[in-house]
Design a protein around this ligand. Structure first.
Ligand SMILES: [Zn+2]
Ligand SMILES: [Zn+2]
Ligand SMILES: [Zn+2]
Length: 439
């Protein structure tokens, strides 16, 4: 039986109004740095807790608190019902198990790198950062990882941009343009004076005298309609009169219009704003993808996710090594007349897929390129530098080079269509020239 350990101190036990129930395979310990879970009083957290979470961001912290609060936490134990501890501990076993899968050498470095900390956190939480609406949290929502990883929201966004996380739309909102809160009132207002004091009124049209006005002006206490202009009683809808629509009247400025305008008011900072100032914004769940898992297990995150996708498919050499090899093959070319070619592939950051493509699409494109690279001969070498791939093809003539380019273009065209082919810019270079790499 695998044993797990839960940190417990006397102060926490004192808070509980009853005896906590333990699963058979869990033991209490007073060694917080070795524990698989920490059980602490939310109102009186031990002084070392913040430092402990910083060094072990994945460790599940079960906070003992009042029943109301308990449900809002990732792991909350109501002080009046400690029997729930059993269930909570069973639930966090998978976190300890997932953490144990991460290589030791990586585990030791997690605390120093927010990207690693976030990836490890997500890895132990079924890979997902789930958006929870919460009026007590900044902006009106929260992610559980915010308690564990510093600057968590920023880290999530950066990692998604770098291709380590996938995004799934969880909610959409018109957030406050001033404080970003999603807790806003959105309502119809007068297009003239922005007043919310408006009312919609049905229009009535009297055929015989052509008078048109508000229904309320026709309506008598008896329930009959009498035309305010000609004093005739209107009897039959469609014969005497009809209702051509409605109109909005503003009680503040008297403006009448068929239209209203949606305006917002922030419940957090009281800012009033036009809906145009707050375009519809998607709020996301983030999911650690294969690229992210790969980077986590190697213990290395860079903002150039590209190399992380390419590397497993085709070993990359550094630009320095590439420069050395090019000069050697340039000498061979000169002395023995054996031609070599240098191909540069640039990922055009202005291309449609780079600007508007989803992360999945971009990762798919780079993966496709990686697959083509993997098909090259073992004598070929590939280097990556700032969005550019350099491929050294010893003994390759013009014809061979053109075929390689056309193979790349074909696979990209088949997967994404013509437009995306432009996202990859190919250029041929002589190996007698300096390396065509941007600084
Ligand atoms: Zn009339
Ligand atoms: Zn008005
Ligand atoms: Zn606001």
């Amino acid at each position: 039986m695998k044993l797990y350990y839960c940190y417990l101190d006397d102060a926490t036990v004192g808070r509980l109004q009853g005896e906590p129930s333990w699963p058979l395979n869990w033991r209490a310990t007073d060694k917080s740095d070795k524990a698989d879970a920490l059980l602490v009083d939310l109102d009186r957290p031990p002084s070392w807790l913040a430092e402990c979470r910083r060094t072990r961001p994945t460790v599940p912290v079960i906070f003992v608190t009042d029943a109301d609060h308990a449900g809002r936490l990732e792991f909350g134990l109501s002080d009046v019902d400690p029997t729930q501890l059993n269930k909570l501990l069973k639930g966090v076993e998978s976190i300890a198990d997932a953490l144990a899968q991460i290589p030791n050498t990586v585990r030791e470095t997690i605390a120093g790198d927010p990207y690693l900390a976030m990836a490890a956190y997500l890895w132990t939480r079924e890979r997902r950062a789930k958006l929870e609406l919460d009026r007590h949290s900044s902006g009106g929502y929260r992610y559980a990882c915010e308690g564990a990883v510093p600057r968590a929201r920023e880290v999530l966004i950066n990692m998604a941009h770098a291709g380590y996380l996938g995004r799934e739309v969880s909610e959409a909102a018109h957030c406050c343009p001033s404080c970003d809160s999603l807790q806003v009132l959105l309502r119809d207002t007068c297009i003239q004076c922005a007043s919310v004091n408006i009312r919609e009124e049905t229009l009535l049209h009297h055929f015989s005298c052509s008078h048109q006005g508000h229904e309320s002006a026709f309506l008598q206490s008896s329930g009959d309609y009498v035309c305010p202009k000609c004093r005739q009683t209107l009897r039959h809808f469609g014969m005497d009169y009809d209702k051509p629509g409605s109109i909005v009247s503003c009680s503040s400025c008297g403006h009448q219009s068929a239209e209203t305008q949606i305006r917002g008011r922030c419940l957090t900072c009281d800012k009033r704003f036009d809906i145009e100032q707050s375009p519809r914004q998607a709020l996301y769940d983030y999911v650690l993808n294969e690229v992210g898992v790969h980077a986590l297990f190697r213990g290395r995150f860079t903002t150039a996710a590209l190399t992380d996708i390419l590397e497993p498919k085709r070993g990359l050499i550094s630009p320095e090594v590439m420069a050395m090899m090019v000069s050697k093959f340039a000498a061979v070319e000169k002395r023995y007349g054996i031609d070599s070619a240098l191909l540069k592939i640039e990922f055009d950051q202005n291309a449609e897929i780079a600007q508007n493509g989803s992360l999945e699409q971009r990762v798919k494109l780079i993966t496709a390129v990686g697959q083509e690279l993997a098909r090259l001969r073992t004598t070929d070498s590939v280097a990556y530098h700032l969005g550019q791939l350099l491929i050294l093809l010893p003994g390759c003539n013009e014809q061979g080079l053109n075929r390689i380019i056309s193979d790349f273009e074909t696979i990209v065209r088949d997967m994404f269509g013509d437009e995306t082919v432009a996202a990859l810019r190919f250029s041929k270079h002589s190996i007698q020239d300096p390396l065509p790499l941007a600084a």
